[in-house]
Every structure is written in C-alpha cells, then in structure tokens.
Ligand binder design. Structure first.
Ligand code: SRM
Ligand code: SF4
Length: 554
C-alpha cells in the first residue's frame, strides 16, 4: 500500500472482525433492539443486508420518543439475474412471509427485500439458502453481483456471457464461512483449517467493486458505469475475447468536487481464456493501491485518476502472464431493454416485461406479483422456464413453449397487467429512495411515475411521443440508477428538488452535464418544455435528445 494516511475506521473493523463475524451472532439474539450497532451494521452489509428504518415514520416516532422503526433490507446475489421458476416462487413466498409483500428488482439484476424485521432475518436467509440462493457479497467491500447482458438463451454468445458472469461471481466470492455460520446453521461451523481469504485478505477491498459482461450491440449493463466491464468480442456466435473497460463509477457527494461520476476507460483486450486472470489483476491492483483512508475516495476510478491510466495499465500487465492486447472495437446501439416477445433458435419464446422501477407488487387492479407467481407455477414452465432480471429493473419470462404463449398473455390480462407504456416510461429508472434508503435527500421511486406522466404530455405536445429518451432519477447523488449517463438525469438535492442533468448518450457512453441545479417540478417542466420544442424543430434526422443537448447547450 502506498498510502501513509491513517486507515479508515472500516479497515480496522474488517481486520478485527474474524472474517466478517464481529459481534453479529450475539447481536441477532438481542431482539429488544430492532437494529444493530454502527459496526455491526457495516459488517452485515458483506452478508447482503442493510439496517434501515421507515423514514416516513421518523418524525412521529421521534415525537413519541420511540426508537426508529428498524428493519432490514436483504439483497440476493444472482449473477446474470437468472432464476428458475421454483426459485422465483420461493422468493415470492419470502416477500409475503417475512418482508413487505414486494420484491424489488435492482439496477444490478437482482432482488431486494425490504421490511424484514430482525426476528425474521435468519428465517429469511434460510428460505434463501433452501432455494439454493444466497446474499453473500451482495453489499460490502467486495465484488458485488456480476451482471451480464440479459437473456442467455438468445444466442450462444449470450449463454457464454452469463457463464462468464457466474464464473467471475464464484471466483471472487469471499471464502469466509461467516454467512452460513451466522445466518443458516444452528451450531457454529468450525472451519477445517484456519480461515483465509486468498484473494481479498483479511481487510477485503478498500470499497465496493462492480463487474459486468456485455454482448454488443446491447449495452443494457451500462459497461461504462462500473469498476470493471468485459465487452464480448464475438466470432461465429462464440465469445473469443473481451475488450476491457475499467474505472467507471457513478457515486458523488453534493458540494464535494473531489468526488465525481466517471465513465470507464478502455484498457485493452484479453482472450476469453484470460478472463479470470485479467479480472483478478485489475481487482488486486485496486486491493493494493486503492485509498484505504478516505472511503469517499476509495473506488477504482479514483485509484486510476490518482496514479494515471498508463500507470494503471502497466500495473495490471505486471500481474498477467501475457500483457493485455490492444482493445478491439465494438459498437453499442442502446442501453435499454427490448420489450415484448422474442423467439430463440429452439423455437422457445421469451417475454420481456416492463416493471415500473422494478417493484413487483399487487396494487389495486394491477396484480403483477400474483401474475408472475401464476406464470412461474405453470406446468412445464416451472421445470424448464427461467425468470431473468435485467439491469434496467425489468423481468424476462424466458423459455416459454409456443403452446403457453397465449396462456401467459391471458394470465397477464386477467391480473390487469398491460404493457402499453410510452417509450419514455419504459426506459426510465428510479432508485429506491424514500422511505427505506437512509441516504435519500428526495423522493425517487415513489415520485418518478407521476413526473413521467407530465413529461409524456410535454413530449406529445411536440410530436415526440414515440421518442426514447433515457430518463433516470435518484434521491441523492450516489447514482444508484446510473443517472449521470442518462439523457435526462434527475439527482435529488433536497425534498422536492433535483439537479437536472442533460446530454447523456443513447448508448450510455458519455457523462451528462448539470443544466439546472436544485430545481422544483415546475422548474424542471418549464426548463424541458422549450427544449423539447427546439429539439423537435432543430434536430438532425436521427439525432437523439442527449446528442442534441450536448450539441446545442454545451
Ligand atoms: Fe446503490 C448505497 C440501492 C445500485 C451507488 N444503494 C445504496 C444503499 C444501500 C443506501 C445505503 O448505503 O444506505 C441503497 C439502498 C436503498 C434501499 O432502500 O433499498 C442503494 N443501489 C441501490 C439499488 C437497490 C437501486 C435500485 O433502485 O435498483 C441498486 C442495487 C444494486 C444491486 O443489486 O447490487 C443500487 N448503487 C447502485 C449503482 C448502479 C450499479 O451498480 O449499476 C450505483 C452506481 C454505480 C457505482 O457503484 O458507482 C450505486 N449505492 C451507490 C453508492 C455510491 C458509491 C460510491 O462510489 O460513492 C452508495 C453509497 C455508498 O456506497 O456509500 C449506494
Ligand atoms: Fe438511496 Fe441515493 Fe441510492 Fe437512491 S441513489 S437508493 S437515494 S443511496
């Protein structure tokens, strides 16, 4: 390590935690307090959980001098986002038995449960384990859920990309037995030998680390937003290797310019067989040189900017048997999902469903949760189908026989599920935000749908109703819905106020810029209305809104 500054508190905590155990076992026994101590809260993240409280209830509870209404968020590790229908049904059941009756699809192809009380934590984790799933490393200073371009059944290259995501996820999984010992087994599991973390060491990584695998021309995983991305280079429908992108990241803090979003840099190419070696070289350079004193400066993007890209590439190459080759070209068309029906070469059908902000629930006449469970239970589908989560918070019902296609449409219709969403709405994403996210400064998931309705009206007025304009909202600058590469990005600043960012590229390759700060809804609409009018009148024939804004406003 080159850094001489004092280590951050989390580093000491990790080092002294006995491979992520700390006092968690005792804390789970203490039911009188529904939360955890600060240190336990940091450690439980490595096991896929966060202590949260219902922020809607905070003022009233504070007035009554009551503790916060604590509960846990639990996040699964699902590389490439693929579940069997039986696994999906087990998770659907978990949501009802132990959580808040919803499943929340995330921007990293997995599921979160909200509202799990401490007394139900172990039972929830056991239900996850019984479904042959886990939540290991879904959060914490480790390699997080690995994404891959959705739907492995669309081509052989897609299958290989999903395999690559699984391989990466398994290779970089922490080796500690703490998760199983604390949450699953009744008895402590005595490891056969002293535990070790051969890749991470006892202090794991300086900060979270995120990987993706993309199959062009789709950039649904948003390769430029993550620490490390592999873009498949394909010949005859096989992945022969990957162009590697490193140092992307979205997180920032308002008013702290030394924190910033960054799009990843292309660092070279490796043959397919070198995938793990290349990933390990990048991850261990970050392990050894990342900032362990300031967590706001600890992601790989800052390591690269501190030492320089040439230094970084040389440091990666030093750890490889054969250095990276020059990057090979690739082209992305967009970073959206393709909705509706598709068919694979085996004649099986696949339905990509839009799920607004990833929230699967039964609400009024729209019973999405019940509909998906009914589909998952269908004979044949339950044995040979798949349910796949996309990086855009949507779901694919995959491997449907021709005979069942009509049946599935009927189930959806009977549950009030229509798919007539505007292009604007179906490509929009909001992070969770209030009431569960402890960092939210403004509404996000609960607010974006109504703002989209107003933006739809504006677009219709200007003859732009069929325009796909990537719109993403977050309740704070951490960037969980990747807003800084959207064509319209709205980043929460204060209650009811957002920074309006414009100018992302439709393929997600470019950062947008702040156009208006701290804007209220009327201010957002009054800013966008004339811009939409000018875009409709002045755009070149195929110009996207993001490209237009970059051309005319910068
Ligand atoms: Fe995130 C923290 C939700 C994807 C950047 N994120 C959080 C926490 C855990 C809040 C906290 O630390 O207390 C949020 C929990 C909210 C809740 O109530 O559930 C949260 N992040 C989410 C999810 C659920 C948003 C969503 O609506 O889908 C996504 C879960 C992904 C997953 O399955 O693993 C989610 N978060 C992202 C992404 C996008 C991505 O990974 O593709 C980013 C930007 C990419 C990046 O990492 O740079 C992202 N989340 C952050 C950050 C800023 C990190 C940084 O480098 O500064 C934080 C805050 C932190 O880590 O200190 C954060
Ligand atoms: Fe919470 Fe901010 Fe992430 Fe939204 S962007 S989920 S408000 S941390």
């Amino acid at each position: 390590m080159t850094d001489q500054k004092p280590l951050s508190r989390n580093e000491t905590l990790k080092a002294g935690s006995d491979f992520l155990r700390g006092t968690l076992p005792e804390a789970l026994e203490q039911q009188a307090f529904g939360g955890l101590t600060e240190d336990e809260g940091q450690l439980v993240k490595f096991h896929g959980m966060y202590v949260q409280d219902d922020r809607d209830l905070r003022p009233e509870r504070a007035k009554r001098k009551l503790d916060r209404a604590y509960s846990f968020m639990a996040r699964l590790r699902i590389p490439a986002g693929i579940l069997t229908p039986r696994q999906y049904l087990a998770m659907d059941q978990l949501a009802d038995t132990y959580a808040n009756h919803t499943l929340r699809l995330t921007t990293r192809q997995t599921i979160q449960f909200h509202g799990v009380i401490k007394a139900n934590l172990r039972a929830s984790l056991r239900a996850i384990d019984a479904a042959l799933l886990d939540s290991i490393a879904a959060c914490g200073d480790v390699n997080r859920n690995v994404m891959a371009t959705s739907n492995p059944f669309l081509s052989r290259a897609h299958t290989e990309a999903a395999e690559a995501a699984r391989t990466l996820s398994a290779h970089f999984l922490p080796r500690t037995g703490a998760w199983r010992e604390i949450f699953i087994e009744d008895e402590p599991v005595t490891p056969p030998q002293p535990e070790a973390e051969p890749i991470y060491g006892a202090t794991y990584l300086p900060r979270k680390f995120k990987m993706t695998v993309a199959v062009p021309p789709s950039n649904d995983v948003d390769v430029f937003a993550h620490d490390l991305s592999f873009v498949a280079i394909i010949e005859s429908d096989r992945i022969i290797g990957y162009t590697i992108i490193a140092g992307g990241g979205m997180g920032a803090t308002h008013g702290e310019p030394e924190t910033y979003p960054r799009v990843g840099s292309i660092i070279g190419y490796c043959p397919a067989a070198q995938l793990l070696e290349a990933a390990q070289a990048v991850l261990t350079v970050q392990r050894d040189f990342g900032d362990r004193s300031n967590r706001k400066h600890a992601r790989l993007k800052y390591t690269i900017d501190t030492h320089g890209l040439d230094w970084f590439i040389a440091a990666v190459n030093e750890r490889l048997q054969t250095p990276l080759e020059p990057a090979r070209p690739f082209t992305f068309t967009d970073n959206h999902d393709s909705f509706g029906w598709a068919q694979d070469s085996d004649g099986l059908h696949h339905l990509t469903l839009f799920i607004e902000n990833g929230r699967i629930l039964d609400a009024g006449t729209m019973k999405l949760k019940s509909a998906l469970a009914a589909i998952a239970r269908l004979p044949d589908f339950i044995d040979q189908g798949s349910i796949i989560f996309t990086p855009n918070q949507n779901a694919i019902i995959a491997r449907i026989t021709p005979a069942q296609r009509q049946l599935i449409e009927t189930i959806l219709a009977d549950h009030g599920i229509t798919q007539n969403f505007s292009p604007l709405r179906s490509t929009a994403m909001a992070c969770v935000g209030l009431p569960t996210c402890g960092l939210a400064l403004a509404e996000s998931e609960r607010y974006l749908p109504s703002l989209i309705t107003k933006l739809e009206d504006l677009l219709t007025q200007h003859g732009l109703a069929s325009e796909k304009i990537t719109t993403r909202m977050t309740g704070c600058p951490n960037g969980c819905a990747r807003p800084y590469i959207a064509e319209i990005g709205l980043v929460g600043r204060n209650p009811g106020r957002y920074n309006l960012h414009l100018g992302g590229a439709p393929d997600g390759a470019r950062l947008n810029f702040i156009h208006r700060e701290n804007a209220t809804e009327p201010e957002i609409l009054e800013t966008l209305a004339p811009l939409f009018a000018r875009f409709a009148a002045e755009r070149t024939s195929t110009e996207s809104f993001g490209d237009y804004c970059t051309r005319t406003l910068l």
